[in-house]
Design a protein around this ligand. Structure first.
Ligand SMILES: Nc1nc2c(ncn2[C@@H]2O[C@H](COP(=O)(O)OP(=O)(O)OP(=O)(O)O)[C@@H](O)[C@H]2O)c(=O)[nH]1
Ligand SMILES: [Mg+2]
Ligand SMILES: [Zn+2]
Length: 279
């Protein structure tokens, strides 16, 4: 029988079959495989022995958080406490673009900013919209619910950014635990500890533990280039242009002309450096 892994706690896999959860362990051969079952996996189980026998092929997977078979991701992006960071946002966007998971940016804690503080971010946020991303605020509950229908959506973002709070607003019956922000540090305390798929009618959402820093993963440089989706609008003379030391680079020209947001380009260079240093 086939089920969906909805939660993993150490070596216990919570597999949902119809409306029931069957607590499973892994079969011996799976234990040593690199390919451990993830939240989001469809698995073949032996329900009597309560073991997972096989993982069905994945549509996609991401590492941070480690989940599979995702349709889209809501990047829960706090404007203050923790403060807005284009570096983190771009990192998450790159990870999602590379894995072909649709990103949706959801801003939180706008209420903690003064009007003029918000205005400082406005051009940046508008830029993300201009290049094709949906940017919402966590007060736009109806709009967000519409986007979630019939999809599997993972909520990702820094610890303390408000993922669980947003899920509670969307689905008041959930009552997920939310955290206090340590003001001294400006970062959260990892309130959510495990990844879990929550099913409400035709909506599947995943609450995930946040992170305080995100190191970059070893992707192919070509993939990282493509993940900056707006660069494609400025096709350089040489297809393999790295948009770095090259002289006649249209991407660099677009940055100079204000057509590409400078922080996006700088983050690209950052990621490229991080990536090559790791190799
Ligand atoms: N003022 C304000 N506070 C918010 C908002 N959203 C969340 N918070 C607060 O931010 C704190 C952290 O929220 P959580 O929902 O626990 O954050 P999280 O992203 O789930 O954090 P982890 O589970 O650690 O990854 C809580 O005290 C929330 O009440 C918001 O829009 N405005
Ligand atoms: Mg949480
Ligand atoms: Zn170039």
């Amino acid at each position: 029988m086939i089920g969906l892994v909805v939660k993993v706690i150490s070596n216990q896999f919570y597999v949902k079959v119809d409306k029931k959860i069957i607590l499973c362990t892994q079969r011996g051969i799976l234990k040593h495989a690199k390919n451990l079952p993830l939240v989001g996996d469809l698995v073949v189980i032996d329900s009597k022995k309560q073991v997972i026998e096989k993982i069905l092929p994945r549509k996609n997977m991401i590492i941070r958080p480690n989940v599979s078979n995702i349709d889209q991701a809501i990047i829960v992006t706090s404007l203050k406490n923790p403060d807005f960071s284009t570096n983190l946002l771009d990192k998450l966007l790159v990870q999602l673009e590379i894995n072909k998971i649709k990103p949706i940016i959801c801003l939180t804690k706008k209420d903690l900013l003064t009007n003029s503080e918000f205005l400082n971010y406005q051009d940046t946020l508008k830029y993300y919209q201009k290049i094709g991303y949906i940017v919402l605020e966590n007060t736009e509950i109806k709009e967000i619910l519409k986007l979630l229908k019939n999809k599997i959506t993972v909520f990702i973002g820094q610890t303390g950014s408000g993922k669980s709070t947003l899920l509670n607003k969307l689905f008041p019956s959930l009552n997920l635990k939310t955290g206090e922000i340590s003001l001294a540090l400006g970062r959260g305390k990892h309130t959510t500890r495990v990844i879990e798929i929550i099913e409400i009618d035709d909506i599947k959402v995943l609450d995930t533990p946040g992170f305080s820093a995100l190191s970059f993963l070893a992707y192919d440089l070509e993939n990282v280039k493509q993940a900056f989706i707006e660069f494609a609008n400025f096709p350089c003379l040489y297809k393999d242009c790295n948009h770095d030391k090259e002289e006649e680079c249209l991407v660099k020209q677009a940055v100079r002309d204000g057509k590409i947001l400078e922080s996006r380009y700088l983050n690209y260079l950052n990621f490229k450096k991080e990536f090559t240093e790791r190799k």
